[in-house]
Ligand binder design. Structure first.
Ligand SMILES: NC(=O)c1ccc[n+]([C@@H]2O[C@H](COP(=O)([O-])OP(=O)(O)OC[C@H]3O[C@@H](n4cnc5c(N)ncnc54)[C@H](O)[C@@H]3O)[C@@H](O)[C@H]2O)c1
Length: 305
């Protein structure tokens, strides 16, 4: 099969600062796919050195530049984009991945919680589309035509009301709107816009969200193993994840699996895909109420030989 490649490209990955997460995995996968320079951005700076070392130790030539960035800030986003263009003269990919997920029932959800979710996920995605696309339109002798790919991390929470709280569900549905509208608005600029919508994924999200919600630089340096164990413990409480699941849709994914989809969407292998939300939830949202109505679903019988 053809390989997804980002050969020689320069781009941004937001929400790339956690110990074990989708953004970090996208950086590692983009480096494996031949990216020239990746700006790994986050408000959690503690894991940046480890991310740079991991990419370097893999034998990759990719330069990983780490930056503190609050994705909800127009000023910071514009500064980053201008810096990249001044330094490298091009921008080819932008993974708008940063997010926060705090589960609060309606009684506990304040207006400021709600606004912060919109600022990080909707305004953050809007800024990626607005300034990312302008940067992708800059041409040079090295890049004679405008071209680029914007990949948003949405969520399976857009598929129903029971996956997350009201703020997160609304914020991620807004991201889906931005993807569809963005694909249309950028259709004469040779820039594709798509989203990957993960299901439950074993990442740092439970550990980072409360701190990241404050919107200022913080340090959280739990090990990947601690993060995996904590997330797995929470999922197990809800009968999810683990090797012993009867149904495929009840598994949780590793962040690398979501990164693979994101890299595919940003590569020319996905050249016919534009404005789409690719749900990567192992089938959880189509299983809906699971076997509640049907009773147990047995494994299919092997064909008789
Ligand atoms: N883990 C899941 O089950 C799951 C499911 C669906 C969607 N997602 C989405 O995946 C994306 C990545 O999350 P993850 O699960 O890898 O968790 P993660 O905690 O590993 O990564 C999220 C990162 O976003 C950063 N961040 C938060 N607010 C920010 C801001 N204002 N500016 C810059 N960075 C900020 C955090 O510091 C954190 O490092 C998020 O958008 C999340 O909503 C996760």
């Amino acid at each position: 099969m053809a390989q997804a490649t980002l050969n020689g490209q320069v781009g941004v990955v937001t929400g790339a600062g956690s110990t074990y997460g989708i953004g970090r995995s996208i950086v590692i996968a983009a480096a494996k796919s031949g990216a020239k320079v990746i700006y790994a951005c986050d408000i959690n700076s503690s894991c940046f050195p480890d991310l740079q070392n991991t990419v370097q130790a893999s034998g990759s030539d990719t330069l990983v530049e780490c930056r503190i960035l609050d994705v909800s800030s127009e000023e910071q986003t514009l500064n980053l984009i201008q810096h990249i263009l001044k330094t490298y003269g091009r921008l080819d990919f932008y993974f708008a991945n940063a997010g926060i997920a705090m589960y609060r029932g309606l009684n506990d959800l304040s207006v400021s919680n709600f606004h912060r979710a919109m600022a990080v996920m909707q305004t953050g995605t809007f800024l990626a589309l607005k300034y990312g696309s302008q940067a992708m339109s800059v041409t040079s002798s090295e890049k004679p035509n405008p071209k680029g790919n914007i990949v948003v991390t949405s969520s399976c929470a857009t598929q129903g009301g029971g996956f997350a709280d009201m703020a997160y569900t609304t914020a991620k549905n807004g991201c889906n709107g931005l993807v569809r509208s963005g694909a249309f608005q950028l259709s004469s600029s040779n820039i594709r816009v798509n989203a990957v919508a993960p299901g439950l994924t074993t990442t740092s999200l439970f550990a980072t969200s409360r701190l990241a919600e404050e919107g200022v630089e913080y340090k959280l340096d739990k090990t990947a193993e601690q993060i995996q164990n904590e997330a797995a413990k929470i999922y197990r409480l809800f009968g999810l994840g683990g090797e012993d699941q009867t149904y495929y849709y009840n598994r949780s994914a590793a962040p690398e699996e979501i990164a693979n989809v994101a890299i595919f969407l940003a590569s020319d292998l996905a050249s016919a895909i534009n404005g789409q939300i690719i749900i990567a939830d192992s089938g959880k949202s189509v299983a809906a109420s699971g076997d509640t109505f049907t009773g147990p679903v047995p494994p299919v019988n092997p064909v008789m030989l």
